[in-house]
Ligand binder design. Structure first.
Ligand SMILES: Nc1ncnc2c1ncn2[C@@H]1O[C@H](COP(=O)(O)OP(=O)(O)OP(=O)(O)O)[C@@H](O)[C@H]1O
Ligand SMILES: [Mg+2]
Length: 200
């Protein structure tokens, strides 16, 4: 069963990623999904901060993969341009390695290459303006993440209690979790052009 939070503002989304980081172990894989501009990179920036990665983490939009040193090494992949799942693992030896945390944006593009044991993080935009609130649905898959579902819910509850703009949403497939309860995948329509440097 997923754990869901609502975030108003990029800092709130990053705070959720930061809280997740405390639960991460070597070999973990976090798969980010959601439409263009949903906040996937912002979430990973929070994970990076939580792992103690120094400096600014930017989107690997063009390099596709970047490794950062931290409490655990963070490997940040942008699979937007990958259409062949096998290409994920040939990008770099560090991708999905046992001794790093791998975060994959646009993981749906390479689903066949992703391990069964992983955390999926789906970001949706609740509205049609760029700064509309985001809904983050964190779904554990596989034994190690199933075992961490409780700690994850506790950690995100703590963030909701301490960080402005983070709300823990009730359990359940279709709970009253948004202003209209909708699950719109639409959002700020941004074209991710080939050379415009979309992403942050
Ligand atoms: N609640 C929010 N959570 C996250 N980002 C938000 C929020 N509100 C506004 N934003 C803004 O949305 C923009 C897009 O965020 P980000 O680059 O993380 O998205 P993305 O999903 O990685 O995009 P892409 O599809 O290009 O990879 C950023 O400018 C971010 O600050
Ligand atoms: Mg991004």
């Amino acid at each position: 069963m997923p754990v869901r939070v609502r975030t108003t503002g990029p800092d709130a989304t990053a705070a959720v990623g930061m809280a997740l980081a405390a639960l991460l172990r070597p070999g973990d894989v976090v798969v980010l999904g959601g439409p263009l501009g949903a906040g996937k990179t912002r979430f990973v920036q929070g994970v990076a901060a939580g792992l103690g990665v120094p400096g600014r983490v930017t989107s690997p939009t063009f390099v596709l993969v970047r490794r950062h040193a931290g409490r655990l090494p963070l490997v940040h992949v942008d699979a937007y341009r990958l259409d062949d799942a096998a290409a994920l693992v040939t990008l770099d030896d560090d991708v999905l390695a046992d001794d790093v945390v791998t975060c994959v944006e646009w993981g749906g593009n390479v689903a066949a290459a992703l391990p069964a044991d992983r955390l999926d993080v789906q970001l949706t935009v609740d509205g049609d303006v760029a700064d509309a609130p985001r809904r983050c649905t964190l779904t554990p898959h596989g034994p190690t993440w199933a075992a961490r579902r409780g700690p994850l819910a506790t950690a995100l509850g703590d963030v909701a209690g301490t960080v402005d703009g983070v709300t823990l949403l009730p359990d359940g497939p279709d709970g009253p979790d948004g202003p209209d309860g909708s699950d719109s995948a639409s959002g700020p329509a941004a074209e991710r052009g080939p050379a415009t440097g979309a992403g942050t």
